[in-house]
Structures are given as C-alpha cells and as structure tokens.
Write a protein that binds this ligand. Structure first.
Ligand code: GDP
Length: 293
C-alpha cells in the first residue's frame, strides 16, 4: 500500500550513495518525494505536514552523523517517524483486577465490527482467557444472529436480549459474572454514517457497563472518512484503541494510519481477512518495515 514510498526511498538512497553530506537542496528534493508518496498513500494532509517537518529535522541531522551514509540516515528517519505515527508501542491489554474485563466495540455499520468482535474473542482465548460475547447491536436485524454464529465458531457463549440494547449490555456483564467468564466483549450498533441517535445509544451503553477498553473499528478502505469517523467517535466516547479492519484490501491505507496522529490513540489490532484467525495485535515497528519493504 506504500509501494511508492519505498520505491522513492530506494531512488533517494541510490542517488545519495557516496555523498558525504546533504545540501539544503538535497533535503528539499528528498522531502518533496516523501511528501508526494505520503499524499499518494492517502495520509491526511495535516499529518503529512507534521511528519515531513520531523523527517526534515532528522534528515538535516544526517549531515552531522558519521555512522550511516546520508541515504541510510534518511531511510532511518522515515522509519522512526512511521513507527511514531503508527503508535510507537504495541498496546498491552491490562486485565481488570476484579473480572470481568469489559471491552466495548464501536464503529460504523459495515466497518467489520461484528467480525472483529468474534475475532477478538478468539484472540482472548489464545491468551488463556474465557470471554463472553454480548450482542447489543439490535439495530441491524441479522447482527445478533451473526454474532451467535461467530460465537459457535470460536466456542464462546453469546448473551443478548431483544428488548433493549442498554439493558442487554448491562445484563451481559452480569451474566459473565454469573458464568465466571473473565472478559466481556460488547458489540454495539453502527450506522452507515455518524448520527446523533447512534452516538447517544453507544454513550449510554458505555455508561451502563463502564468499559475497561473501548475499541473503535475502522475500515481501512474508507480513505479520509476514517479520520472524521474517528474524531466523531472520540468526541463522544473515550476511545482506547483502534481496530483497523480490511487491511488485506487494496486500500491505500494512509488515512487509517493517520487516525493515531489525529485522535492520539494507538491502533491496537489489525484485521486482515474474513477468516477468524486473520487478526493480530498491531506492531508499529513491523508495519513500518512492511511499508518500507
Ligand atoms: P459490521 O456491520 O461493522 O458489524 O460489519 P461486519 O462485521 O458484518 O463486516 C462487514 C463485511 O466486511 C462482512 O462481509 C465481513 O465478512 C467483511 N470483513 C470484516 N472484516 C474484514 C477484513 O478484515 N477483511 C475483509 N476482506 N473483509 C472483512
């Protein structure tokens, strides 16, 4: 998804090979290429600006470094900056001292939220936990049934009550306590676009269950809309982390990757396919090396 960035960087490294120091003109040229590659990858304009400023500082610093040649130094500066905008560290889940640990899933309809809920349950199982799924998406008629199917596939119980989403969420946590399940993942309703009623509902659900983590599922294919979606959700809910879905698609991806910079919350997990095990913790350093090829 960032082929152009790595191609352009290869070109820069080749051109700068053997050069002792970078001139101001070299730096200008390099920055022009990096800026163009990031914009082509659909990275948010404001993010591009701040990223480029920081890379420029490091690239100019390269003139003073002896250890690496200037080309390598530029690649290192870009790599470090990518790791930084991607979130730095991998998010470690801190389990509640008094179980269950409650996870709230938020996101637009079609973002891959319900799928990610099932995948997350499987991931928690792989960590030795015993999750319970809660179907509080009563908006989309098939959502609870979809969650039950996922629950069967990953062998995790599903709680839902067709009467009321807020009550369902609350009772779901109580059910987990009764059954001795130590993680509860609450799937909530989304809409095709942000609307006040959906936001109010998810806010009330959040109030009813006091989640330890609120994850926002963002479809990597949605381009710049991803940034606006994240901002809108983050205004209403305290988002703790983003789950980036459909990373297997041919999205340019830059917009979704700008989310961390815009809302200041890390990408926690990446969903990379329709299969339930196509899901992993997000590692900024690995992603940065993948981007740079
Ligand atoms: P929700 O409305 O947000 O709950 O979205 P769903 O979980 O129902 O997902 C919407 C569609 O996207 C479904 O057809 C899923 O199979 C598909 N989907 C979800 N996650 C991924 C993913 O990581 N990669 C791909 N290729 N498809 C996905």
């Amino acid at each position: 998804m960032f082929d152009n960035l790595s191609n352009r960087l290869d070109g820069i490294v080749k051109r700068l090979r053997g050069k002792g120091r970078l001139t101001e003109a070299d730096v200008d040229e390099i920055m022009k290429e990096i800026r163009a590659a990031l914009l082509e990858a659909d990275v948010n304009v404001t993010v591009v600006r701040s990223v480029c400023n920081r890379i420029r500082e490091h690239a100019i610093g390269a003139t003073r470094s002896q250890a690496l040649d200037p080309g390598q130094q530029v690649v290192k500066a870009v790599n470090d900056e990518l790791v930084r905008i991607l979130g730095g560290e991998t998010l470690t889940v801190q389990y509640a001292s008094k179980p269950p640990t409650v996870i709230l899933m938020a996101g637009l309809q079609g973002s891959g939220k319900t799928t990610a809920t099932g995948k997350l349950a499987l991931w928690f199982k792989s960590q030795g936990r015993q999750p319970l799924l809660v179907g509080a998406d009563l908006q989309r008629p098939a959502a609870v049934e979809q969650l039950r199917t996922l629950g069967r596939q990953v062998d995790v119980p599903v709680y839902s009550d067709p009467e009321d989403p807020i009550l369902t969420a609350y009772e779901g946590v109580e059910e987990a306590k009764r059954l001795g399940r130590d993680v509860v993942i609450v799937d909530t309703a989304g809409r095709l676009s942000i609307d006040a009623e959906m936001m109010e509902q998810v806010r009330l659900i959040s109030g009813a269950v006091s989640p330890d983590y609120t994850f926002l599922v963002i479809d990597a294919m949605t381009g710049q809309d991803a940034v606006q979606t994240a901002e809108a959700f983050h205004e209403t809910l305290q988002i703790d982390g983003v789950i980036l879905s459909k990373l297997d698609g041919d999205a340019r991806g830059g917009a979704a990757l700008s989310v961390k910079e815009v809302i200041g919350r890390p990408i926690a997990f990446a969903s990379t396919g329709e299969k339930l095990d196509a899901f992993e913790q997000f590692h900024p350093d690995r992603m940065a090396s993948r981007i740079l090829g």
